[in-house]
Design a protein around this ligand. Structure first.
Ligand code: FDM
Length: 197
């Protein structure tokens, strides 16, 4: 029996916007409605490349900025065969961060253009839907302190938010901005992904 391709759904957003929780809720909702759905996240820290990234994020190692950018991208590319296999099997993938985080975080560093940052990810499977969880700085502050990982500072996060805003202007991407505060997000479960089968 021919099975429909799964949807590729990406969640992006600022730190503490609740992406991980919302990914779990979305998967549960999809599964309850009878659809096969699985979670993925980037960086995937379990692979050899992912471990290099993990050490960098935990500040246990330093990597040159271009180099680490390319490692984040390579970490996506190494999982593309598995992603394609699952999508073809009809499994919907709910992905916590993707190439948009890659471009937003690196281009928030001095000397990086958005265009350069986006190039290594050209050709990745295109998401059917990218949800951006919006959270005001005030609400984010109420959710507690930043952690100790690299990039977890208010100044850098503000710069990243501005880059995301530029990325969201791309009409070729099916962006949906969701309020990450309060209970608005619960309505997410009734989302309709635009799908190309
Ligand atoms: N990050 C994430 C990047 O800098 N580039 C990327 O391509 C990706 C996917 O890594 F600060 C950053 C974003 C965040 C950090 O993310 C790890 P999680 O979601 O906290 O694991």
């Amino acid at each position: 029996m021919a099975c429909k391709r799964g949807a590729l759904i990406v969640l992006e957003g600022m730190d503490r916007a609740g992406k991980t929780t919302q990914c779990k809720m979305l998967i549960q909702a999809l599964q309850q409605s009878g659809r096969a759905a699985e979670a993925m996240r980037f960086p995937d820290r379990t692979t050899t490349i992912g471990q290099l990234i993990n050490a960098y994020l935990e500040k246990k190692s330093d990597l040159e900025d271009h180099t680490v950018h390319l490692l984040f991208s390579a970490n996506r590319w190494e999982l593309v065969p598995a992603m394609k296999r699952k999508l073809e099997q009809g499994i919907t993938l709910v992905v916590d961060r993707y190439a948009f985080s890659g471009a937003a975080f690196t281009s928030a560093k001095p000397g990086f253009s958005l265009e350069w940052c986006m190039n290594p990810d050209v050709g990745l499977p295109k998401p059917d839907l990218v949800m951006f969880l919006q959270l005001s700085p005030a609400e984010a502050a109420l959710r507690g302190q930043f952690g100790n990982e690299r990039y977890e500072t208010r100044v850098f996060q503000n710069a990243v938010q501005q880059k995301f805003e530029l990325l969201m202007k791309d009409p070729s991407v099916n962006w949906q901005v969701k309020d990450g505060s309060g209970s608005e997000f619960h309505r997410l479960v009734s989302f309709k992904a635009r799908r190309k089968n």
